[in-house]
Design a binder for this molecule. Structure first.
Ligand code: NI
Length: 220
């Protein structure tokens, strides 16, 4: 049971299971390893409060919900802007929100922890990876208001994973060559099942599922 909900680090009451953004948003195709937009740094956002940004955030929430993700970066829906959304529950606390132009700082004194990590852009498998146990993020919300919070464990891992995305880095760039090979090979096996589930969950929310190519970008 969720005990508390923190919206960009601030406690809120009565937060819906399906965020309003996700309710409004369209399901977009999640970009996959091998697509250029995932492997280059994203651009800093300079204009806030626009309809385009609001729509993008809504669509990212909807896409994350049907893909059962805990975080999603804008380049994972093909947009090269510095922005991520997240919705993650750990130890009875739900952390949800969006951060524009995030900067992540890791706490080196708290050390690293190994944890299983996966990515919606590498559909299916996961791999063990060391990350800093504690991290903070600063940035702004869609209106340009400052956002700042920190966390540990899974939340800290998500913050590092999503800000890496915006710098053009995937978690599989941080694991051994051998592990990367294993992950990619499992991805090719699991991908059809994962995409079928996304379509099913899109329909369950009465949304048009995204269309994916039969062949993943990596194999082209
Ligand atoms: Ni990812």
């Amino acid at each position: 049971m969720t005990v508390r909900t923190l919206l960009n680090g601030v406690e809120v009451s009565d937060y819906p299971d399906l965020p309003e953004e996700a309710r409004r948003g369209k399901v977009l195709r999640v970009t996959e390893v091998g697509e250029e937009v995932l492997h280059a740094p994203c651009r800093t956002i300079t204009e806030f409060g626009t309809t385009e940004l609001r729509t993008l955030i809504d669509d990212m929430f909807a896409t994350m919900a049907i893909a059962e993700g805990v975080g999603l970066a804008a380049n994972q829906v093909g947009v090269d802007l510095r922005l991520f959304v997240y919705d993650l529950t750990e130890d009875g606390v739900r952390h949800v929100g969006h951060v524009l132009n995030p900067a992540c700082t890791i706490d080196r004194e708290e050390g690293n922890v190994e944890g299983e990590e996966g990515c919606l852009s590498v559909p299916g498998p996961g791999a063990g990876l060391f990350r800093a146990n504690r991290a903070s993020v600063t940035g702004v919300d869609v209106e340009g208001n400052p956002v700042e919070f920190s966390g540990e464990g899974y939340l800290a891992r998500m913050l590092q994973h999503e800000t890496d995305h915006l710098d053009g880095q995937l978690y599989i760039d941080l694991i051994s060559k051998r592990e990367r090979k294993r992950v990619i090979s499992e991805m090719l096996d699991f991908r059809p099942e994962v995409l079928a589930r996304r379509a099913e969950l899109s329909e369950a929310l009465e949304k048009e599922p995204a269309t994916y190519p039969d062949t993943p970008p990596l194999e082209k």
